[in-house]
Write a protein that binds this ligand. Structure first.
Ligand code: ASP
Length: 303
């Protein structure tokens, strides 16, 4: 049975039935969008930059017949400038909107917001924490492009330490069978132990390496993510590693037949434009799947 989500703060909240239901809904909304959210208002409140997440949520809402109110760059244009705490902003916006899509610069927003939330809240990225709707669209991309999610090897390359997209996708993959994840990064940017403990508890095999050339040929999915510059404590560390994992045509050609190359984008420092025409490159499709998944998510939570 599909479980209706009240809020969405982390990827672990999805269960397999709900994921299946959301995927079916996304696919049917692609063929036949319905104005099921007419009369509803979504507020997007973004304290960090975004292109795909904010605009795809807004487009999704409009395509379902709903309306949107929005604060882009909330840190400098909303009352946050005057020092208004997040909790107060959420209380107020809850009076104006039926759902809040929030991107914030600190992690663990659920702890702060669950006690006061009176309308559904969707975490659209909380610092170096999680980005659950990204993980759902990533999973949908794998489902659409590979035709399966069980029995896959995923190479996650870039910045597993800071990347909320990597965190949420790894948590979500923990729900499937025979998953192998290979985290590729320099030691300073490797995945945190708490996530590895979760993977252990969910039967996911994982390895850690810094060597992309050796790892890439094993993957069914290569999930690249830029180094998260804004989370680095030192500029020197960022400069040292920023182009370490450039995926150019020779590197992409090491991927096995039928494997896919994904990236939540932006691709900064990571994938050369010549790779875009290769059959492996699905990152632009991935961004389009994001629109469908966010339509499904809003319809599921609000209709
Ligand atoms: N757009 C994704 C995020 O907000 C990935 C990234 O920025 O690297 O987490």
């Amino acid at each position: 049975m599909e479980k209706k989500l009240m809020h969405l703060f982390e990827a672990q909240q999805f269960d397999l039935n709900t994921i299946d239901a959301l995927f079916s809904l996304a696919t049917s909304l692609e063929e036949n969008p319905q104005p099921v959210l007419r009369g509803k208002i979504m507020a997007t409140l973004f304290y960090e930059p975004s292109t795909r997440t904010r605009l795809s949520f807004e487009s999704a809402m409009l395509r379902l017949g709903g309306d949107v109110i929005s604060t882009e760059n909330a840190l400098s244009v909303s009352s946050a400038v005057k020092g208004e705490p997040l909790e107060d902003t959420i209380r107020i916006v809850s009076m104006y909107a039926d759902v809040i899509v929030l991107r914030y610069f600190e992690s663990n927003i659920a702890e702060r917001l669950l006690p006061i939330a009176s309308v559904p809240i969707i975490n659209a990225g909380d610092g170096a924490g999680q980005h659950p709707s990204q993980a759902l669209l990533d999973l949908y991309t794998i489902h659409r492009e590979l035709g399966r999610i069980d029995d896959i090897t995923v190479v996650m390359v870039g910045d597993p330490k800071h990347s909320r997209s990597v965190h949420s996708l790894a948590y979500l993959l923990g729900k499937y069978k025979n998953i192998i994840i290979n985290f590729v990064a320099p030691e300073e940017l490797q995945i945190a132990d708490d996530l590895l403990t979760y993977l252990d508890g969910h039967g996911v095999q994982y390895t850690k390496t810094h060597d992309l050339t050796a790892a890439i040929g094993e993957a069914d999915v290569v999930y690249r993510n830029r180094l998260q510059k804004e989370r680095f404590e030192s500029e020197t560390l960022y400069e040292k590693y920023k182009e370490m994992y450039l995926i150019d045509v020779p590197m992409a050609s090491r991927m096995k037949q039928g494997a896919i190359l994904m990236d939540p984008l932006p691709r900064i420092g990571g994938i050369t434009t010549e790779v875009d025409v290769l059959p492996q490159a699905v990152y632009f499709k991935q961004a389009r799947y994001g629109l469908l998944i966010r339509m499904a998510l809003l319809a599921h939570m609000l209709a």
